[in-house]
Design a protein around this ligand. Structure first.
Ligand SMILES: Nc1ncnc2c1ncn2[C@@H]1O[C@H](COP(=O)(O)OP(=O)(O)OP(=O)(O)O)[C@@H](O)[C@H]1O
Ligand SMILES: [Mg+2]
Length: 268
């Protein structure tokens, strides 16, 4: 590999009071990869992402994004990153276009280029024809694609997506992933995504890290991890082998319902 890693985490930790949410994480993401951070509820995925995106201080260890130190050069790192948080960020009272334009202003896209960048981002996610309807009339999948457009409007080098497909039906899930794949191919962007859907990670991620109780338990391509365990293994088997735990618990269902309710509340 030439040049710096897209993301490099060395001995990164973070505690909330007595809870050690992230506990000595080492991680390297190669430029241009779609990298999946996988783990069950409470594994520490969101906390890790929030440190990488400068929203939480790095309590211990070091993180760089394309060689830039996250703790020392926060604003420079922010200009490299587009972030779609786990909680919804679209405003139901605004149109799709207005939502994306708001992010263009927030992220300092030069005024002269704003309208064009907004249009480009909406096209990348396939929302150009629905851009002038209010977001409260969008389906869950369209909302997720709108949030993707918000993160893309500043042309980031690193796109960070926290559970982009939670609460979506299978068709909407694959449409979000198809967009991510197309965007990566068109722009060469690096993508960091969390999910607890093993099948999605197997299909769409170049490399994955399996996280449990604040620690990375396995790291590699899905094929490498599966081959390490033996013929016919799935990522879910690997996860169980390294943690003694199941990844796809019933909680996913509960969370899906919660996420859907939250969408309804926010946009209704
Ligand atoms: N703001 C906070 N205050 C206190 N504890 C927190 C806070 N945020 C996270 N935690 C705790 O830190 C741990 C890791 O949480 P985190 O949200 O990073 O997990 P996650 O892997 O993203 O889980 P999920 O799949 O549910 O989104 C959990 O035990 C959680 O309860
Ligand atoms: Mg989370």
């Amino acid at each position: 590999m030439t040049g710096p890693a897209a993301v490099q985490c060395t001995g990164v930790s973070h505690s909330f009071g007595p809870t050690r949410a992230v506990d000595g994480v080492d991680l390297e993401i190669h430029p241009g990869d779609v990298f999946g951070l996988l783990g069950p509820n409470g594994a520490g995925k969101t906390t890790t992402l929030r440190m990488i995106t400068t929203l939480l201080p790095v309590a211990a260890g070091r993180i760089t994004v394309f060689g830039v130190d996250v703790a020392r050069r926060r604003m420079a790192v922010r200009r490299l990153i587009g972030y779609v948080p786990q909680q919804l960020s679209a405003d139901g009272a605004l149109t799709g276009r207005e939502n994306v334009a708001l992010f263009a202003r927030l992220f300092d896209v030069p005024r002269a280029r704003r309208a064009q960048q907004v249009r480009g981002a909406l096209e990348l996610v396939g929302l150009e024809r629905d851009a002038d309807r209010t977001a409260k009339t969008y389906s869950g999948g369209m909302i997720r694609r709108l949030e993707l457009a918000q993160a893309l409007v500043s042309s980031p080098r690193l796109l960070v997506l926290d559970e982009p497909t939670i609460g979506l039906d299978p068709v909407a899930r694959s449409s979000v992933w198809d967009r991510v794949t197309e965007i990566r191919a068109a722009t060469g962007m690096t993508v960091l995504v969390t999910t607890h859907y093993m099948d999605e990670a197997e299909q769409y991620c170049d490399r994955v890290a399996l996280m449990h109780a604040g620690r990375i338990r396995a790291l590699g391509t899905p094929a490498e991890l599966e081959a390490g365990l033996g013929p016919g293994s799935t990522l879910d088997d690997v996860f169980r082998a390294v943690t003694g735990d199941r990844l796809d618990s019933d909680e996913g269902g509960i969370r899906s319902v919660r996420a859907t309710r939250r969408t309804a509340r926010r946009l209704g």
